[in-house]
Design a protein around this ligand. Structure first.
Ligand code: G3H
Length: 252
């Protein structure tokens, strides 16, 4: 059986100014002992704070990542950020294909695939997000939809080290709603099966699959105990060190 080290990742989205460093410092200070021994921790702040947080993280082991990148390494793309720039700022990973990017910026699976290749080109871990809308869940096509997203968004060349999948049902993001543990187990099992079918047991069995969508200290233990849930992608609750560390500590 493949052993996967849990990852608790925080997505700060478009939240955070310089004073947010104090909150991050509290996370870094709390990342020791059993927590550090058993669980990976990462914060993905706005691009303006990547370098600041990476410097503050130092050798603590807390990783810092971006929230998006352009497919190209450089060029005339006003407002965009290259994967190489995230690496240059001290980041080691990048979230790609988040539903807010897919909705707000029309990102397709093909675009996410190109960005994933860019992340790997730069040496970043790609955290690729998939997930269904409420209507798709109600119509019973959530599993098929996510399989299509996976096939279209992930290029050949995935490894257990360069790829993380985040399953985020869109209707659960920021709503306080979560799927049942049975539904989470069914979806994560389907994602695992798709990864193993495509990349083999060694790679597909080693890629971490995070759950995201209204993860809080109160529900973290129940969700993180589900089979094939290898961690969480946390939005709102990652803005406060106390909540984020409580979620991460749910594994201990
Ligand atoms: O990337 C994080 C997700 O969108 C979850 O956000 P949330 O924890 O605020 O529901």
């Amino acid at each position: 059986m493949t052993t996967r080290r849990p990852l608790i990742a925080g997505n700060w989205k478009m939240h955070g100014l310089k004073p947010s460093l104090q909150e991050f410092d509290r996370m870094v200070a709390a990342y020791d002992g059993d927590l550090r021994a058993r669980t990976d921790l990462m914060i993905c702040p706005p691009a303006t704070l990547i370098a600041t947080l990476a410097a503050a993280a130092g050798s603590s082991g807390v990783a810092v990542g971006g929230q998006d990148c352009h497919a190209n390494a450089q060029g005339a793309h006003t407002g965009d950020i290259a994967a190489e720039m995230i690496l240059d700022a001290g980041g080691s990973a990048v979230i790609l294909g988040h539903s807010e990017r897919r909705t707000d910026h029309g990102e397709t699976d093909a675009a996410v695939r190109a960005k994933t290749l860019a992340a790997w080109r730069a040496g970043l871990v790609a955290v690729v997000c998939v997930g269904e809308h409420r209507q798709q869940r109600e119509e019973g096509v959530a599993l098929d939809l996510v399989r299509v997203q996976l096939a279209g968004s992930i290029p050949d060349g995935a490894t257990a080290e360069n790829l993380v999948i985040a399953y985020e049902p869109v209707w659960a993001i920021g709503t306080g709603l979560t799927p049942s543990v049975d539904d989470i187990a069914e979806m994560h099992g389907a994602i695992r099966a798709a990864l193993v079918a495509r990349f083999g047991e060694g790679v597909g069995g080693g890629i971490r699959i995070l759950y995201g969508g209204s993860v809080k200290p109160a529900n973290a233990a129940e969700i993180l105990a589900v089979a094939d849930v290898d961690g969480a992608l946390v939005g709102g609750a990652s803005l406060k060190a106390g909540d984020f560390i409580a979620i991460a500590s749910a594994y201990i």
